[in-house]
Design a protein around this ligand. Structure first.
Ligand code: HPA
Length: 282
């Protein structure tokens, strides 16, 4: 990263692209990219053109940012993210979130693919994240104290109750049964062993994945309200007779893509109804 590439310079670049000033941003992970078909796009920009943004290398992660509307709600949509397992350091992995905060985003929805640990879960389920366990072996807030930001961040209410309620309502509109549970993040890129999954179950995890937690933590440091939803693309290691593969993750994501997209659209619409822009007082 060039020394000049700060979240503030990246945000200033974004502010020049479009006059649209959404307060909601959505990061699309595997299982949710079909939401792009629901967008009314005003402007889009490749990550490569935003200073400091990393280029995603995983198939199914495009690396584009959209100024758009979902229904009537203005929203910044990020298609693709940088993962820790790609070799990026935590600063890079969370650069986009700091940029969103500097841009003026106040609410962030993170989406991901995850393996189901909870025995009640099936491949193709969706899960509202209620809390997380950081098993990545790194903390994205480690490093020099940042001016104006908290050093010791409280993660008690990382996933905002109000936004979680909107996710459940977004599912209810479609009569979709949505799960809720604890997301445990590993660094990857290997999948887990069955013994690890049994251990994670005992620790209280319902699903396991390789993203989201660093972004959620940095977002909380920046004062954003956060929500996260997982697409359970497979049963975690040892939970079924199947072998684990990225192909299975992508196949399930493809099978439930319409549901994932609808969930996101409904969420954005409900968000718009609940967060109308403040009228300036006379
Ligand atoms: N483990 C970790 N990450 C994942 C999985 C899994 O089983 N499925 C999708 N992302």
């Amino acid at each position: 990263m060039k020394p000049s590439s700060t979240p503030q310079t990246a945000a200033a670049r974004l502010q020049k692209i479009s006059p649209l000033r959404p307060t909601l941003a959505i990061v699309l992970g595997s299982g949710f990219h079909h939401a792009l078909t629901e967008l009314r796009v005003a402007k889009k920009i490749a990550y490569a053109k935003i200073p400091g943004f990393p280029k995603p290398t995983v198939s199914g992660h495009a690396g584009e940012l959209f100024f758009s509307h979902l229904g009537r709600t203005p929203v910044l949509v990020l298609s693709g993210r940088a993962h820790f397992y790609e070799g990026h350091d935590m600063e890079r992995v969370t650069f986009a979130v700091r940029t969103l905060a500097a841009f003026g985003i106040t609410n962030l929805l993170l989406t991901n693919a995850a393996g189901g640990i909870n025995k009640k879960f099936h491949a193709g389920d969706f899960m509202v994240v209620t809390d997380h366990i950081n098993f990545m072996g790194a903390n994205p807030l480690r490093g020099p104290a940042l001016p104006g930001l908290m050093r010791f961040v409280d993660l008690t209410d990382t996933y905002a109750a109000g936004l979680r309620r909107l996710l459940r309502r977004a599912a209810a509109v479609e009569k979709l049964k949505i799960r809720s549970g604890v997301y445990l993040a590993v660094s990857g890129p290997s999948y887990e062993t069955p013994a690890e999954i049994r251990a994670f179950a005992r620790l209280g995890a319902d699903a396991v994945g390789m993203s989201t937690v660093p972004e959620a933590m940095v977002a909380r440091q920046c004062g954003l309200n956060v929500a996260a939803v997982s697409c359970i693309t497979n049963l975690a290691a040892g939970r079924s007779r199947e072998k684990l593969s990225h192909a299975e993750v992508l196949a399930t994501a493809e099978r439930v893509k319409i549901t994932g997209a609808t969930l996101i659209r409904n969420f954005a619409e409900l968000y718009g109804e609940n967060h109308r822009p403040q009228r300036t007082r006379r």
